[in-house]
Design a protein around this ligand. Structure first.
Ligand SMILES: CC(C)(COP(=O)(O)OP(=O)(O)OC[C@H]1O[C@@H](n2cnc3c(N)ncnc32)[C@H](O)[C@@H]1OP(=O)(O)O)[C@@H](O)C(=O)NCCC(=O)NCCS
Length: 287
């Protein structure tokens, strides 16, 4: 019998074993998942929601988990985001993934999400098809030499740098033209102290026009995510270029982002970004 319930910190001991099977290809630089503490860290940061953590327990042992969050989208309504789904390799193909996915959808429905999105590696793509998700669009990895980020001017927009945040700011809990969840994920890594970076809000006449997060990934690169509100759409080139341009102070060679392919034109309108389609695939289901 498999029970689905909310996750607890003490489950991280069992989850370490689960991750060691499913995520051997992650964290390679740090040497893979070796400690329970690494697993615990993933269940507390700024992007983590207590309500969004479900585990599957069988014979007193946790054999799978799903982690979800939700954010607003000004055009299509509230979107549920599956941050990860991991089933112990010894328990796969016995419907535990399906059970956790359906339980997570029920939680998201109660949070009034109208659809749910997940980002899948090619190896798990067929699983999502079996549970009635469909592929929607593609993800692009884009990059630009820091020196080539244009300096666009605007007298209408006021730039506010956020300092001393402990929680995900409300303005970062949404996605419009950014890939769902990507702004929150990068913002959380900055807030959690994992990466050095900046969080920015852009205002015009006291109204929020957009937001941005940028962080130094290593000595050569910076990564950023920027988004605009509906009202901020006419200022997209300013908001995106200003956020990306903050990489200059770290003297990194390149600035990178991961965006929905549908919005590539918003970026190429103001600079010559290099782009390639990601091997990860966005999948979605209406609730
Ligand atoms: C992908 C994953 C979550 C599936 O969990 P699971 O418990 O094995 O899935 P289920 O048993 O509920 O499978 C439902 C259906 O999908 C099929 N399926 C599951 N994984 C599959 C895969 N990798 N490739 C093809 N089909 C797959 C099952 O055979 C089953 O088909 P059926 O209805 O015809 O019997 C699990 O394999 C896993 O943890 N993988 C590693 C981490 C990962 O990639 N997570 C997803 C990233 S978002």
């Amino acid at each position: 019998m498999v029970t689905i319930r909310n996750g607890m910190m003490k489950d991280c001991t069992d989850l370490l074993e689960v991750y060691q099977g499913t995520r051997w290809f992650y964290r390679t630089k740090q040497g893979g998942y070796t400690t329970v503490e690494q697993v615990k860290d993933e269940h507390r940061g700024a992007a983590f929601e207590r309500w969004g953590w479900l585990v599957a327990e069988e014979k007193g042992k946790v054999v799978g988990e799903i982690v979800i969050r939700a954010e607003k989208n000004p055009v299509s309504g509230k979107v549920g985001i599956i941050r990860n789904l991991d089933i112990d390799v010894r328990n796969q193909k016995s419907k535990i993934g399906t059970n956790l996915t359906r339980a997570a959808e029920n939680v998201l429905r109660k949070k009034r999400a109208v659809r749910v999105v997940a980002t899948t590696p090619p190896a798990a793509y067929n699983y999502w098809m079996k549970v009635n998700y469909f592929a929607r669009g593609s993800i692009m990895n884009i990059s630009l030499s820091t020196a080539k980020v244009p300096v666009i001017k605007s007298t209408k927009i006021k730039i506010v740098q956020l300092k001393g945040q402990e929680k995900l700011p409300k303005s970062m809990r949404f996605s419009n033209i950014a890939y769902p969840g990507s702004l929150a994920e990068l913002t959380a890594r900055v807030i959690n102290g994992e990466l050095r970076g900046n969080l920015i809000e852009y205002y015009s006449d006291g109204r929020l026009m957009g937001v941005g997060a940028i962080a130094k990934s290593n000595s050569k690169n910076a990564e950023f995510v920027a988004d605009v509100t509906k009202r901020g759409t006419p200022f997209a080139d300013f908001i995106l270029s200003r956020t990306a341009g903050m990489a200059r102070k770290w003297k990194v060679r390149k600035v990178k982002s991961t965006i929905p392919k549908d919005y590539l034109g918003v970026y190429t309108a103001f600079a010559r970004w290099s782009s390639e389609v990601s091997t990860d695939i966005p999948v979605t289901r209406l609730l």
